[in-house]
Design a protein. Structure first.
Length: 500
């Protein structure tokens, strides 16, 4: 009966799992995506509205509503197709993988028509002519060309044409950002000397700012196009026709003038001649591992440095916090408890933003490395404080009472009676936190730290080999964390009571 009951529970569990799996929305790749769009009456377009002005961004007057010249363009395109447009939020440098997964039908978000993009996806005829613009602080002189950047810290948007252009300049201290707003924050905080970005972004964010200026004339013009899967030939043809009609009847000019991005360069749209699609290169990073592994290991060194220093800070700060919480006067105990609750109750990402971008507003400027150490260390200090508290409170109360009765001071009791026993208890959770920090250190890439996961992301975006690079990156993380587990096991055995 017990065996039959167990089998019944397994069958029910598997049945529920199948139902849940079947109920999940899976990407649909129809033989004719255009017909699918019309049957649904919705054209889904992928974009990133975070810091996305003037392309797509929340209306300052009605934050629940999106505006931008690409929002208007998407609606105009959808109207030409006889459907409605709906935006799907997605991280900008992951738009192409998301398109291939079927999260949306097209990409419409300042996607440059480049050989690299055209190898992976199909791209429509251009709908906008952009150019690159250098932005500096008002009092900066001389940085009018990218050739002037040697030895200077320069900010660019991740996976952009600006990044590829600046990477070619020798000696540049390249800082890669996940969004546009962060580059200007660091520029105004004197962490970088210049920003290179697309002209529409500079017009919206930098031109109205009295502390910033355009340095030199716009350069390196290029085209934005709509991205679609290569198999969606009919959809691409319909989009090309729609863009051509919008350009011919003046709708594009009206939209661009509305958002202040129309200029004489847009006349080049009429003369655009598509180039042949470059042959897709097959890249196997596993086969060419000697080429990519050193880059990943360089990022791993940064990860190890960050994790070791941040964990050292967490261990010391956590011990101070728990001793204050348990043994200090009441006001300090309340502050220590509040610290633990606030830090544990707020996301690490927000804490990093406050440290890196918020502190400069009150005159405290930390570089990315020290800001990352401080953010990780103070965050994990709250967890270590709770680990220590559990270890200290696991010591039988009779032991410290006996020590005090024998004439030992409270500090001596802690040092010789309580803490040595608590240490044995907290080794496993502290080690687990240390291993977790190796993985959580990847979040510091949002403040321009190029650690192991960031290197993986950059290489994966250029090679489109997520599996090979992912296996190498996972292997490096495992090689870093497994010795820590072995060391903790050995230390645990050495500190057991029965081996003393």
């Amino acid at each position: 009966m017990k065996s039959a009951s167990r089998l019944s529970r397994v069958a029910v569990r598997d049945f529920v799992f199948v139902l849940l799996l079947a109920s999940r929305p899976l990407p649909v790749f129809a033989s004719d995506t255009l017909e699918l769009i019309r049957s649904r009456d919705v054209l889904r377009w992928g974009a990133d509205a975070e810091g996305g002005a003037p392309y797509v961004y929340p209306d300052p007057q009605k934050p629940e509503q999106l505006i931008g010249f690409e929002v208007d363009l998407a609606e105009a395109l959808a109207a030409k197709l006889g459907v409605k447009a709906t935006m799907v939020q997605n991280q900008w440098d992951q738009l192409i993988p998301a398109l291939e997964r079927g999260n949306f039908e097209i990409i419409l978000n300042g996607l440059e028509i480049t050989p690299e993009n055209r190898q992976r996806i199909a791209m429509s005829r251009p709908y906008f002519v952009y150019a690159q613009q250098i932005v500096t602080r008002k009092n900066t002189d001389g940085l009018t060309r990218i050739e002037d950047f040697g030895g200077k810290p320069i900010g660019v948007l991740s996976s952009s044409v600006a990044q590829r252009l600046v990477e070619k300049i020798s000696g540049v201290d390249l800082r890669i950002y996940p969004g546009n707003v962060e580059t200007f924050r660091d520029l105004k905080a004197n962490r970088i000397e210049a920003v290179v970005l697309d002209l529409p972004i500079a017009l919206y964010y930098a031109k109205p700012d009295p502390g910033l200026k355009f340095s030199g004339a716009p350069f390196a013009p290029g085209y934005y196009g709509i991205g679609a899967r290569k198999s969606d030939a009919s959809l691409l043809a319909a989009l090309n026709q729609a863009v051509e009609e919008l350009a011919r009847d003046g709708a594009l000019e009206r939209i661009y003038r509305k958002y202040g991005v129309w200029d004489e360069r847009q006349e080049r749209l009429k003369d655009y001649q598509p180039e042949a699609v470059p042959e897709k290169k097959s890249i196997s990073t596993l086969r060419d591992w000697p080429k990519y592994l050193p880059l990943l290991l360089r990022g791993a060194v940064t990860t190890v440095e960050l994790s070791l220093l941040a964990m050292a800070l967490a261990v010391v700060a956590g011990l101070v916090v728990v001793l204050v919480r348990l043994y200090a006067i009441a006001p300090l105990r309340w502050l220590a408890r509040a610290y633990v609750e606030v830090i544990r109750g707020t996301p690490l990402l927000i804490q990093l933003f406050l440290i890196y971008y918020g502190l400069p507003e009150i005159g405290i400027r930390l570089n990315a490395f020290f800001a990352a150490i401080l953010g990780l260390g103070l965050n994990y200090a709250a967890s270590e404080a709770e680990n220590y508290r559990a270890g200290i409170q696991s010591v039988p109360p009779g032991q410290p009472e006996a020590a005090l009765a024998l004439g030992m001071s409270q500090w001596q009791t802690l040092q010789h009676v309580v803490l040595p026993q608590a240490l044995r208890v907290v080794i496993p959770p502290v080690t687990n936190d240390f291993i977790a920090m190796f993985k959580d250190s990847s979040i510091v890439s949002v403040i321009t730290m190029v650690e192991l996961t960031k290197v993986y992301g950059m290489l994966a975006m250029s090679t489109y080999d997520y599996i090979g690079l992912g296996l190498m990156t996972a292997g490096i993380y495992f090689a870093l964390s497994y010795p820590a587990s072995l060391f903790a096991d050995r230390l645990e055995r050495k500190l057991r009571y029965d081996r003393r």
